[in-house]
Design a protein around this ligand. Structure first.
Ligand SMILES: Nc1ncnc2c1ncn2[C@@H]1O[C@H](COP(=O)(O)OP(=O)(O)O)[C@@H](O)[C@H]1O
Ligand SMILES: [Mg+2]
Length: 492
């Protein structure tokens, strides 16, 4: 077997055709890898068949020359083997040292003159040493690595392309992502703006409807109050003098009857003609009946006048329009009573009113407005009655602070009727302004919305419980005190 470290020892370069030299040439010729050998003088000693085939330079032409550089590069040029032989470490440093063979180097190069379109060659050059280890020549082999290089290049190109593509795509994605994020941000901003606007609008709307409610309420209250106050004032005077005149009339009548009595007694002493006239007159007038009936008429009239005075008083009570709307401490029962009197005309043909008053304390309120609420509820209850006469029950009571001895914190008022009830689908709308199920002219749809507004103002609540065919109950709960400061007063 050819041994790298020994061949030149046995066959000095270009010297002889000794047995081992021939053997080496044959060995190299039979070797499929292109190989040449140079000696210490850089003269080619071996140029194998594969070399001939690869480069197109014949063995005969090459042996004994120093044209190996020319064969490869078409001009004189140092090759790896030359550098090894001349110990050109600087030149060698540019190449890769073999990991397997000490002192050997590898390199690769492209040779455009080789074959069609050139070839890539991989060179390996190793030193040849004599017995003392001195470099006496070098052997260099070339492998055609064109296919690998081409594949490698293609791979690198593909890889580069891919990387480029990925970079491009990544950039595009990043851009798209940025756009999306931008979009999202803008959308969020728009969303937030929209929400804020919506909120503002809702608030505005709420304020508006509250303002409207209050306006309607105060306007209505004011006009009813004015009307009531005007009527009360107009009637108050005539009723006043009728009442006082009535007292005088009563005493005059008594005196007249006394006088009549005396006349009647004197009748016996009169002449027969006079006595007959008087008797006839007494008969015509039915004096005995008059004497009986006049006092009855008088007392009935007096009762009527007292009632009218009462109504006027109620009107005045109700219309205490409290122009300044001062919060006062008032007992609700008085207000409820006068309100019931005022609406009695509207109610009395349709229902009996039953009062079930509990013991309630005075509460801090706007009395005329609470009266207005009661009136609206009672009138509604009366309207809810059909032909059949019904019952309206007004009850009151206290709640809260129920521990023994504690003061009540709230009072409640219930107005219950056994009328037609409220259809389920209308229940949520009855407090809406202008919601009415009554014919035009009969209902304005403002009664309950006013009531609601007033109760709100009192920081109370109004609830409804209704069943079609069985009746309706409105329950109002009002705090006894309005100011938290007042309620936090330390108890003695
Ligand atoms: N006690 C009740 N029984 C049955 N329906 C009622 C009662 N109270 C209120 N309602 C219903 O609520 C609606 C609104 O009442 P309200 O605001 O007082 O307006 P209006 O009485 O002018 O219709 C009424 O039209 C009626 O349908
Ligand atoms: Mg009403």
């Amino acid at each position: 077997m050819f041994k790298r470290d020994h061949p030149l020892q046995t066959s000095p370069p270009g010297a002889d055709d000794g047995a081992s030299g021939i053997a080496l040439s044959e060995l190299l010729d039979g070797h499929p890898v292109a190989t040449f050998v140079i000696d210490r003088q850089h003269t080619i000693t071996h140029w194998n068949k594969a070399c001939e085939h690869l480069l197109g330079w014949s063995t005969e032409a090459m042996i004994g020359t120093r044209n190996h550089g020319v064969a490869f590069y078409a001009h004189e040029r140092q090759m790896l083997s030359d550098m090894i032989v001349s110990g050109d470490n600087e030149g060698l440093a540019a190449h890769r040292q073999s990991a397997l063979i000490p002192g050997a180097y590898e390199t690769e190069g492209f040779f455009e003159n080789l074959g069609v379109g050139g070839h890539w060659l991989h060179f390996t050059a190793a030193p040849l040493r004599d017995a003392s280890g001195a470099v006496v020549g070098a052997i260099e082999t070339m492998r055609d690595v064109t296919e690998r290089r081409v594949a490698e290049n293609a791979l690198r190109r593909a890889h580069d392309n891919l990387e480029h593509l990925i970079e491009k795509r990544t950039a595009q994605l990043a851009e798209a992502n940025e756009r999306l994020e931008d979009d999202l941000r803008q959308r969020q901003i728009a969303d937030a703006e929209l929400r804020a606007k919506h909120l503002a609008l809702t608030e505005l709307n709420a304020k508006l409807s509250m303002a409207q409610e209050q306006l309607v309420q105060s306007e209505k209250l004011a006009s009813i109050g004015q009307l009531a106050a005007g009527v009360a004032h107009e009637i108050n005077n005539p009723i006043g003098y009728i009442f006082s005149n009535f007292g005088t009339l009563q005493s005059y009548l008594d005196q007249l009857f006394d006088m009549l009595h005396v006349y009647q007694a004197a009748e016996a002493e009169a002449s027969p003609a006079t006595a007959a006239r008087l008797a006839a007159m007494r008969k015509t007038l039915d004096l005995d009946f008059l004497r009986e009936d006049i006092p009855v008429l008088m007392s009935e009239s007096k009762e009527g006048i007292v009632r009218v005075r009462h109504i006027v008083q109620d009107l005045k009570d109700f219309s205490r329009v409290d122009t300044t709307q001062d919060w006062v401490w008032a007992n609700l029962h008085g207000g409820i009573d006068s309100t019931l009197n005022i609406v009695s005309n509207e109610v009395k043909y349709k229902a009996d009113v039953v009062k079930q008053y509990g013991a309630i304390p005075d509460i801090e309120c706007l009395p005329s407005q609470v009266n207005q609420v009661i009136m609206n509820l009672v009138v509604n209850a009366a309207h809810a009655m059909s032909e059949r006469r019904g019952t309206i029950t007004v009850s009151t009571g206290t709640s809260g602070g129920l521990e023994a001895g504690a003061e009540a914190e709230q009072v409640w008022i219930e107005v219950a009727d056994n009328g037609g009830g409220i259809a389920r689908e209308n229940l949520s709308r009855i407090f809406d302004p202008f919601f009415t199920t009554k014919p035009v002219g009969k209902g304005t749809g403002l009664g309950l919305s006013l009531a609601y507004g007033i109760i709100q103002k009192h920081r109370g609540s109004i609830d409804v419980d209704s069943e079609v065919g069985r009746g309706t109950t409105f329950r109002i709960v009002l705090p006894v005190r309005q100011t938290t400061a007042a309620s936090e007063e330390p108890s003695p």
